[in-house]
Design a protein around this ligand. Structure first.
Ligand SMILES: Nc1ncnc2c1ncn2[C@@H]1O[C@H](COP(=O)(O)OP(=O)(O)OP(=O)(O)O)[C@@H](O)[C@H]1O
Ligand SMILES: [Mg+2]
Length: 464
């Protein structure tokens, strides 16, 4: 351009091919380098990361193993860094744990062995407790039953078998005599010996004897009461029977001696009195006195006879007899005894009774003893009844002798057949014992029903 006018055009050209080629080559090289760097970098990072996570993974596995109870697991330590240190610590920890669990296992085994011995001892003690005859009961000071053996449950007639762990009030009714004794032992613990307690109702009374001892722990601290008890009902009964037999044996000797010594003079007294009596007419006032002598002599003779009868086996004389006739004779005898007392004697005899094979004298004595008691029971007015019934079906004869007298208290009814049991000042207590003996000799049965203030009924069954 010259002076603002274009004078010519200069064209400049440059060949770009080689430059473009160089640029493309450079680009390719850069890409290759970048790719290689990326690949190597990636691989390095991957290896690096792996070398970091593997020991952690091993550690996690090991921790999980330990958590699952595998204490044998040991981590192989390759690194000397923090993780390697952690792994070493972990191995040390599992080793110590192995040691502890080993000890624990040993202790456990020992405990199991001890428990087995204790269990064996416990069942051994329980067997002893349950195989002995006396009842054993232990109480703690809170009144809880800590031991009660099988015999104890039976003796105490407990319905609740699982008494152990219960309180006294759980097991015994509020006024139960055994419950009261145990409660008093808990309240004031004391040693007691031979405490007698009767349980059961009057019809079936059981006599128990209790002993109590105090239970101390090793440090001499009082922890409870041990009670042992026995049922002595049978033993008492046997003792009583032995005493009775001894008494009877002694009386036997006495009676035989007396019979010899007393009967002869008594016979003489009676004969003389009879002689004297016959000197007077029965209407004569003086007739009465020898008559009294005769009667009393006869009474004495009867007493001796009664003693002899009871203490030595009577000579038996069994014949076919009419029971009504025997009973009628006895009623006459009894009415003689009543004298002027206003007693009525009622008789109701079954006429169809077959003859019975009996000892008439002995039966007469039995009936008389019952009737004399009936008369004694009616000091004033009253009725004595004698009745017979033939029970064809059961092939036996039922005899009832009853009175409207004072009756027998419930607690004495069981005793009236016992020898020497009497409530009378002049009684020997042998009357009904002899009756029972005689009825048994005839294979019969005797029972009594009585109500105080209303009267008494004796029922006798004699088999054909
Ligand atoms: N019918 C009756 N009513 C009331 N009590 C009776 C009756 N029968 C017997 N007893 C009572 O039974 C007791 C014993 O009678 P048991 O005949 O054995 O002897 P006892 O009559 O006392 O003397 P013993 O017969 O030697 O005179 C009597 O003492 C009396 O208490
Ligand atoms: Mg009598």
């Amino acid at each position: 351009i010259i002076l603002d006018s274009v004078v010519g055009v200069l064209e400049v050209g440059l060949d770009m091919t080689s430059i473009s080629e160089a640029i493309r080559r450079t680009n390719n090289q850069s890409l290759f380098i970048a790719l290689t760097a990326f690949l190597f970098g990636g691989a390095y990072i991957w290896f690096f990361a792996r070398s970091l996570t593997r020991p952690i993974r091993n550690l996690v596995d090991a921790v999980e193993g330990v958590a699952a109870g595998d204490l044998e697991h040991e981590i192989i330590v390759t690194e000397r860094n923090e993780i390697g240190h952690l792994a070493l610590s972990f191995n040390y920890m599992t080793k110590r744990l192995r040691g502890y669990t080993g000890n624990l296992k040993k202790i456990n085994a020992q405990l199991e062995a001890d428990a087995a011995i204790i269990e064996k001892l416990r069942s051994y003690n329980e067997n002893i407790l349950n195989s002995i005859n006396p009842g054993v009961l232990t109480l703690n000071l809170e009144g809880q039953i800590t031991t009660l053996n099988n015999a104890g449950i039976k003796i105490l007639q407990l319905e609740k078998v699982e008494a152990t762990g219960c309180t006294i009030a759980d097991v015994f009714a509020s006024e139960h005599p055994v419950g009261l004794l145990l409660q008093s032992l808990v309240t004031t613990p004391e040693v007691c010996r031979g405490r007698e307690i009767a349980i059961g109702d009057e019809s079936k009374e059981t006599l128990l004897v209790f002993n109590a001892a105090l239970l101390y722990e090793q440090n001499m601290e009082l922890v409870g009461i041990a009670v042992t008890f026995e049922d002595v009902t049978e033993m008492r009964y046997l003792q009583m029977r032995i005493n009775e037999s001894e008494k009877l044996a002694a009386m036997g000797g006495l009676a035989v001696g007396m019979a010899h010594e007393v009967r002869n003079p008594l016979g003489a007294i009676k004969t003389c009195a009879q002689f004297l009596r016959d000197k007077f007419e029965p209407e004569d006032n003086r007739y009465k006195f020898p008559q009294i002598i005769i009667r009393e002599a006869e009474r004495l003779d009867q007493l001796i006879e009664r003693l002899l009868n009871f203490t030595r086996p009577a000579e038996q004389d069994f014949q076919y007899e009419d029971i009504n006739e025997i009973l009628d004779n006895v009623a006459v005898l009894a009415s003689l005894k009543v004298n002027d007392r206003r007693l009525t004697i009622k008789k109701s005899f079954d006429p169809n009774i077959p003859r019975l094979f009996v000892d008439a004298k002995r039966l007469q004595q039995a009936f008389l003893n019952i009737m004399l008691n009936a008369i004694d029971a009616m000091p004033d007015l009253g009725t004595l009844s004698a009745m017979t019934i033939y029970d064809q079906e059961k092939r036996r004869i039922k005899i009832e002798i009853s009175d409207t007298g004072e009756g027998i208290p419930v607690n004495l009814v069981d005793k009236i057949f016992d020898p020497f049991f009497t409530t009378k000042i002049k009684g020997t207590g042998l009357g009904l014992a002899i009756v029972q003996q005689i009825i048994l000799e005839h294979n019969g049965l005797i029972s009594v029903q009585s109500k105080v203030g209303e009267g008494t009924l004796f029922t006798i069954f004699l088999p054909l």
